[in-house]
Design a protein around this ligand. Structure first.
Ligand code: G1P
Ligand code: ZN
Length: 581
């Protein structure tokens, strides 16, 4: 075996800003490219946080295909080996979706150290876009706070990193095994694997592919991979596996070639950034029955019905929850253990849990908070309003899985998306929901607004808050707001104690809850942005009788109330959201 020289130690200056956010370290690509050792420092910090027992254990590496990914992979390989990681598995062309990494980690357990995912998720890519590095732990899920805090602490004090300078650059274009020896480290093995294979196997274990094949042969769909990582997965699953017997000539698969800059677009599957998909469905209302789009790294999904009928992620979670028995995976022996949602996600799934007898857990924003419940066997299906849906088949949200799950429900119920939703609302009642995003606003002002708002909602008497809300509602399309309905019942800054390990997450979102389950308003700052700040406002109102209204109209009262109570315009200088979900 060829033998390469022992690792070298490189002196470096620590950075103080490598704190992972809601989902990994995300920054403008330029920072990773231009700040000396910025990537190397963070990679060394992740590796330093790994357990010392590394021999024979594999580290999974892959990413969403964005600019700078392959260079980062090369650096990770060299630094990992230099730190005693002797076994690496990398996706071909450095491509692995986030759900695929989670699956690979779990399939390689217990001999897996975890995975490093090179992605900034739904943020734009390219030299002027964003880059990101995320670490997933051996259960396949995003590193929890204790791990990311440890990585951050290490990064702040880092004085050197170790690197194997002369090992060859791994050929990422071809699937294969490279073996060599490194002085003082020993034998090393690097596998470059097919990016899709293991994930396809998993999907075949979960779903009835024959049912889906039959259904899709006469039900044309439009799938938009948004030039993100899901392209190869869409091709293999929808265009090959599910089109084997009777391909549907009308189905359309868009943007399935991963591009380093996502074609210059924002790879975020919502109605604003996946406008091409929405337009095709709207322009061809009788041709296509279903549309789906995924984000850069494949964990988010947006689902649409014929004519562009929008399914809110909160509703798709509830509909799946009500129909899980249609999916083979959830029948025995797995069964349905429990349901969960992030705090800002609407309570639609709570209604299903209540009626069907499943516990519904509420956790802070971020997928990492679902992992412990899943590991403890208490959670089967969960979701976030931010286009995240998933189950305990892995420990990440999963875009392709969500669309296969939804299609399975459509196939088993033989219904259109709109009818499925409307019948669901008639049966369970409806939670009207809107999320308003004010992106890229001044960080200091955003923090000031949240600070002042917290003081206000916690110290103003509830009657006074109710009065202010009613005054604002009067400026909306609702003409005679009743004190009864808008009565403020409780206010808080959401705090969460993990049921399994007792860890506490504070300051997870300001909430005003109305009496009698009428609805609520929630404010929080995004933890995934790379520059400036993004304010998210979540509005929700429940209705058991009028279930087919338009959320934008129905929630006009709370839109006005949220603006007035938060003093958004006065403090931050904006009042028009950049994205409405
Ligand atoms: C956003 C979403 C959150 C999701 C995260 C990662 O985080 O709101 O639900 O888990 O992206 O995809 P935020 O920017 O709000 O902190
Ligand atoms: Zn993502």
């Amino acid at each position: 075996m060829v033998k390469y020289s022992a690792p070298t130690v490189v002196k470096t200056a620590a950075y103080q800003d490598q704190k992972p956010g809601t989902s990994g370290l995300r920054k403008p690509t330029k920072i990773f490219l231009e700040k000396e050792n910025y990537t190397a420092n963070f990679v060394q910090s992740i590796i330093s946080a790994l357990p010392l027992e590394r021999k024979g254990k594999v580290l999974i590496v892959g990413g969403d295909g964005r600019f700078y990914g392959p260079e980062a992979v090369d650096l990770i390989v060299r630094i990992a080996i230099a730190n005693g990681v002797t076994n690496l598995t990398i996706g071909q062309h450095s491509i692995l979706s986030t759900p695929a990494v989670s699956n690979l980690i779990r399939r390689r357990a217990p001999n897996c150290l975890g995975g490093i995912i090179l992605t900034a998720s739904h943020n734009p890519g390219g030299p002027d876009g964003d880059f990101g590095i995320k670490f997933n732990i051996p259960n396949g899920g995003p590193a929890p706070d204790a791990v990311t805090n440890n990585i951050y602490e290490i990064s702040k004090q880092l004085g050197e990193y170790k690197i194997c300078q002369d090992v060859p650059t791994i050929d990422l274009a071809n699937v294969g095994v490279t073996e060599f020896e490194v002085d003082t480290i020993g034998p090393v093995r690097v596998d470059v694997i097919d990016s899709v294979e293991d994930y396809v196997q998993l999907m075949k274990e979960i779903f009835d592919f024959n049912l889906l094949r039959d259904f899709l042969s006469s039900f044309p769909v439009v799938i938009n991979a948004m030039h993100g990582v899901t392209g190869p997965y869409v091709k293999r699953i929808f265009q090959q596996e599910l089109a084997q017997t009777t391909p549907n000539p009308n189905s359309l698969y868009l943007n399935t070639v991963p591009l380093p800059d996502f074609g210059g677009h924002h790879p975020d599957p919502n109605q604003t950034y996946a406008a091409d998909l929405v337009k095709i469905l709207k322009d061809n209302p009788t041709k296509y029955g279903f549309g789906a789009a995924y984000d850069g790294d494949g964990d988010r999904n947006m689902l649409l019905g014929a004519g562009g009928f929008f399914v809110t992620p909160s509703d798709s979670l509830a509909v799946l929850a009500a129909n899980l028995n249609a999916i083979p995976y959830f029948n025995k022996p797995n069964g349905i253990k429990g349901l969960a949602r992030s705090m800002p996600t609407s309570g639609a799934v709570d209604r299903v849990g209540k009626k069907l007898g499943f516990t519904v857990y509420e956790v802070p924003t971020g997928w990492k908070y679902f992992g412990n419940l899943m590991d403890a066997g208490q959670l089967s299906l969960c979701g976030e309003e931010s286009f995240g849906t998933g189950s305990d088949h892995i420990r990440e949200k999963d875009g392709i899985w969500a669309s296969l799950a939804f299609l399975t429900v459509l196939a088993s119920k033989k219904t259109s998306v709109k009818d499925l939703l409307e019948n669901h609302w008639k049966e369970f009642g409806r939670n009207y929901f809107l999320r308003l995003d004010y992106e890229n606003v001044d960080g200091t002002k955003a923090n000031q607004m949240i600070g002042e708002l917290e003081k206000k909602i916690m110290s103003t008497p509830k009657e006074q808050l109710t009065k202010e809300i009613i005054d604002a509602v009067k400026t909306s399309s609702i003409k005679d707001p009743s004190l009864e309905k808008y009565k403020v019942d409780a206010t808080d800054n959401f705090e969460f104690t993990d049921l399994i390990d007792g860890s506490v997450a504070k300051g997870q979102g300001l909430r005003i809850m109305f009496a009698n389950g009428f609805g609520r308003m929630v404010w929080r700052l995004s933890g995934t942005g790379s520059s400036g700040a993004t304010i998210r406002v979540y509005l929700e109102k429940c209705d058991d009788e009028h279930v087919t209204g338009d959320a934008l109209v129905v929630l006009d009262d709370l839109v006005k109330a949220s603006l007035a109570i938060s003093r958004l315009q006065a403090v931050v200088g904006v009042d028009t959201p950049t994205v409405i979900t």
